[in-house]
Structure formats: C-alpha cells, structure tokens
Design a protein around this ligand. Structure first.
Ligand SMILES: NC(=O)C1=CN([C@@H]2O[C@H](COP(=O)(O)OP(=O)(O)OC[C@H]3O[C@@H](n4cnc5c(N)ncnc54)[C@H](O)[C@@H]3O)[C@@H](O)[C@H]2O)C=CC1
Ligand SMILES: O=C([O-])CC(=O)C(=O)O
Length: 329
C-alpha cells in the first residue's frame, strides 16, 4: 500500500449523490483496497455546514483508507492538488424537465471549475462529470482547462450502461455477469442509443438471443433512455445511490482497467471515431488500458444504429452551439 494518499475532490458533497458516494470512496471502492484517499469536498456556502456534517460522519466511519476530509466553498482551493475530481454538484431536474433545460443554470458552475482544475489540479488529474447535462458540462470544464490533456475530462454514461445491462438481464432471466459488450452511444439524455447489436449473453449475440427487434426498439431502448425520468416519477427525486455506484464503476475501471473480453461505456472527447465530430464529449464503447480510455474500434454500424447515433450526436452539437452562444466555451 502506498502511503501517499490520492486527493479526490467531490463537488456537491452535501447533495444526495454525494451522500451515497463519499462513504464508498472512503471504504476504498473508488480506487482499490490498497489506495489511501484524502477527500476534498466542495459546496456552495449555504451547504458548507451540511458538508461539514457529512465530514464528521466520515470520521465516525473510522475508515482505514481515509487519510482526511477537508471542506471548501472555493473551487480553486478544492481542486488544488486534486488527482481525481468528481463533478457532481449541479441542480438536478425535477418532474417535466429535460436535462437540456439545465444547460444555462448549470453551465455557469462548470466554467469556473474548469478554470480551477486548469490552474491547480495535479498533473495526473482525471475528471468525471456527473452533474447534468453531463456531456456538455464536461465540455465546458474541458474547454476552460486548456493546459490539461482533453482526454482527462469524461462524463458519466455508466449509469445508462448499467441500466441497459440490468434490463437485458431481467428480460432474458440471466445474471448480469453473463452480459458483455453493451454500448451506450451519444448523449446522457433521452436521445442516447443503448446498443445491443454487438452485445453478448454468455458469449452469444444478445440481439439474436432476444430475437425480438420490436422489444429492442419499442421497449428496451426507451426504457433505458428514459429511466432517469422513471426514477424521478416513482421515487420523487432523481437517481442517487445508483448514480453514485456508476461513478464508482467509471473511475475504478479508468484507473484499474476494464476486464479482458468486455467493454463499457463512457462519454469521452471524440477523436472523430464512428463519425462523431472530433471534440464533442460523446458516449462510446470503451476499454481502459494503462490508465487511459480507448474507443473500441472496428464495430460495424448498421442503418438502425447509424440513425440513432446521429440523432444523439446532433443534440450534442446543438448543446455545444448553445454554450458557445452563452460564452461558456
Ligand atoms: N450522469 C448521470 O448519470 C446522472 C447525473 N445526475 C445529476 O447529478 C447532479 C447532482 O444530483 P443530486 O446529488 O441528486 O442533487 P442534489 O441537489 O441533491 O445535490 C447537488 C448539490 O450540489 C451542490 N452545488 C450546487 N452548485 C454547486 C457548486 N457550484 N459547487 C459545488 N456544489 C454545488 C448543491 O448545494 C447540492 O448540495 C444533478 O445535476 C443530477 O441531474 C443524477 C443522476 C445520474
Ligand atoms: O434523469 C435525471 O435527471 C438524473 C439522471 O441523469 C439519471 O437518472 O439518469
């Protein structure tokens, strides 16, 4: 075990995802059981007291891997020396809103945070944006951090990925552990494309095993893409523990690598692969090797998939134009 703790900055630390996330980080699930962590919590001034309360509870957990907790209301201080940054703090949507409705409200948060990461984070900084609209918030942060390699900025579509795996598992009555190579393409929004065409169930093609294209098109895809709204409707608040769990999965895989023979989904800066314009932060099938995400190459994209991917990517391009007009990038 290394004695030098990894600095993990979490924004929105007093929020519902923060509460579900921090204890899992402290217990070693974000980086691994051999890695000590130091938590740096960022909140707005009105919520600092609540974050301090969470810090007291973290202390009460007596976590062997937790080397300390500090609470900040200043992004520059919070990101100083950060090795991992989880950008969760943002306004969640409520019933009837689309995630894009949050662009202006939340865009203003991610520009100063990108600037603070640029000026003070550690050289190996890795950023995961969870706060919605996650892809475009990540783009705002990345574009305001010109000295940080663009590949270090990612947005979370792992929750969508996990939802897709779980829906397929329920449909076929197989354990999630038998499902591999599911892909989420595009935006973390209702236009996302959960793709089963290359997915496998116990080594066999998933779409063929389902054998019901109508279920895939009319039930599976909308169920996964609109699951966030379903949770808001049923729970009365947006997904929290499942979102925290997906954030843990994303960073753990990024740092420790994805298993051989499988891939996962993450929104990363496009290099132009699969016709996604370079520079957009879009979800792809990815593996992590040597601490870096790589887009899985060479997948055949049929007409059905092409039109779905294009629609979601068009939405990302529109969001980029909107934040350009707002002067955020
Ligand atoms: N990418 C994904 O899959 C998912 C994303 N989300 C998004 O995550 C975000 C957080 O969700 P919740 O924790 O449920 O919301 P919440 O409202 O419970 O917590 C948000 C916290 O962020 C804080 N905050 C606001 N502005 C801040 C700033 N400038 N700096 C630091 N902290 C700030 C607030 O004070 C609050 O404590 C929302 O945008 C939500 O839509 C939620 C679920 C899944
Ligand atoms: O839907 C929301 O607003 C929260 C979210 O991103 C999700 O649950 O996927």
């Amino acid at each position: 075990m290394s004695d030098t703790p990894v600095n993990v900055t979490v924004t929105g630390a007093a929020g519902q995802i923060g509460y579900a996330l921090l204890f899992r980080i402290a217990s070693g699930q974000l980086l691994g059981a051999d890695t000590k962590v130091k938590l740096r919590l960022l909140e707005i001034p009105q919520a600092v007291r609540a974050a301090e309360g969470t810090a007291l509870e973290l202390q009460d957990g007596a976590f062997p891997l937790l080397a300390g907790v500090d609470v900040f209301d200043d992004p520059k201080a919070a990101f100083s020396g950060a090795n991992v940054a989880l950008l969760v703090g943002a306004r969640p949507r409520t019933k009837g809103m689309e995630r894009g409705d949050l662009l202006e409200a939340n865009g203003g948060i991610f520009k100063p945070q990108g600037e603070a990461i640029n000026s003070g984070a550690a050289d190996d900084i890795r950023v995961l944006v969870v706060g919605n609209p996650a892809n475009t918030n990540a783009l705002i942060a990345q574009r305001n951090a010109p000295d940080v390699p663009a590949e270090r900025f990612t947005a979370m579509t792992r929750l969508d990925h996990n939802r897709a795996v779980a829906q397929l598992s329920a449909k076929l009555g197989v354990p999630v552990s038998e499902i591999s190579k599911v892909t989420i393409w595009g935006n973390h929004s209702a236009t996302q494309y959960p793709d089963l065409i290359h997915a496998e169930v116990a080594g066999k093609n998933a779409a063929e095993t389902v054998g019901d294209q109508q279920w895939i098109a009319d039930e599976f895809i909308p169920r996964v893409a609109k699951r966030g709204a379903e949770i808001i409707e049923v729970r009365g608040a947006s997904s929290a523990a499942s979102a925290a769990s997906a954030a843990i999965d994303h960073v753990y895989d990024w740092v420790n690598g994805t298993p051989e023979g499988d891939w996962t989904s993450a929104a990363i800066v496009s290099d132009g692969s699969y016709g996604v314009p370079a520079g957009l932060i879009s979800s792809f099938p990815v593996v992590s090797r040597n601490g870096r995400w790589e887009i899985v190459q060479g997948l055949e994209i049929d007409d059905f998939s092409r039109s779905r991917i294009d629609a979601s990517v068009a939405e990302l391009a529109e969001e980029r134009t909107a934040v350009e007009r707002l002067g955020l990038i």
